[in-house]
Ligand binder design. Structure first.
Ligand SMILES: NC(=O)c1ccc[n+]([C@@H]2O[C@H](COP(=O)([O-])OP(=O)(O)OC[C@H]3O[C@@H](n4cnc5c(N)ncnc54)[C@H](OP(=O)(O)O)[C@@H]3O)[C@@H](O)[C@H]2O)c1
Length: 213
């Protein structure tokens, strides 16, 4: 898959690492050219490009910027019509302990409204960068869950294939409006990691009772 990552921070660099390991063609773009180049240089075959050229060949675009920067970042890469955009953002308050929007909308829905024509899928927002950077399993056979919310089957199929290629397991969490549930779930994960002191090598998953037949 041809994948463009926007953002060279914690999440962007972890995506670049795991996606290039999984054999994808990875392009990265971000605001700071030196950081962008440094992340690309650390992983063989990864290309650092300026925003204008960033999505020319992309099948999937991952927006890994703060939520408040996501729309500007997506607009800076040009035409996203028909492209799958994976939104990993969480609309966090400055202290990371709350959300700036929710209930009646979500970051993913606001991004989808602002970038019409893009096929937006919410995913990876409940996965800490440290977990992503280490890959899709916890090292003991248990796989980390990626929840997928989106309104198109092809978009979710691409996001699922991308997550599975890095070793994650996926849960179809329904339409894009269910990002209203996934973003608070990330908020709980952040509380447990930082507020309750469990650390950042944790991730939520969903279990099914085998006894129910
Ligand atoms: N960190 C986590 O564990 C985690 C987990 C799940 C979801 N998330 C979500 O993932 C997103 C990224 O988090 P992060 O921790 O990776 O943040 P980060 O380390 O601060 O990185 C953000 C990156 O986005 C870049 N950026 C900002 N505005 C941009 C623009 N207009 N165009 C291009 N690049 C732009 C920044 O560039 P500069 O360096 O120039 O500012 C930086 O490279 C956030 O929405 C966060 O809520 C994070």
């Amino acid at each position: 898959m041809n994948i463009t990552v926007i953002g060279a921070g914690n999440m962007g660099s972890a995506f670049v690492k795991q996606l290039s390991r999984a054999g994808h063609q990875v392009t990265i773009t971000a605001r700071d050219w030196r950081k962008t180049e440094a992340v690309a240089a650390a992983h063989p075959g990864v290309k650092a490009v300026s925003p204008e050229r960033a999505v020319e060949h992309a099948d999937v675009v991952i927006v890994a910027t703060p939520y408040d920067d996501a729309v500007n970042a997506l607009r800076s890469v040009g035409d996203l019509k028909g492209k799958v955009v994976i939104d990993v953002t969480n609309p966090l308050t400055p202290d990371y302990m709350g959300l700036t929007l929710g209930h009646a909308t979500s970051a993913a829905e606001e991004i989808a409204k602002a970038v019409p024509g893009a096929d937006v899928v919410k995913a990876f927002n409940t996965v800490f960068a440290q977990v992503l950077s280490a890959g899709g399993d916890f090292g003991d056979g248990r796989k980390v869950t990626v929840f997928l919310a989106g309104d198109s089957k092809p978009g979710k199929d691409q996001a699922r294939a991308l997550a599975e290629s890095m070793g994650f397991v996926t849960v179809d969490a329904g339409g894009l409006s269910n990002a209203r549930y996934l973003e608070p779930l990330a908020g709980l994960n952040i509380y447990l990691g930082y507020g309750a002191g469990l650390g950042t090598h944790i991730a939520p998953s969903w279990m099914q009772d085998a006894r129910a037949g």
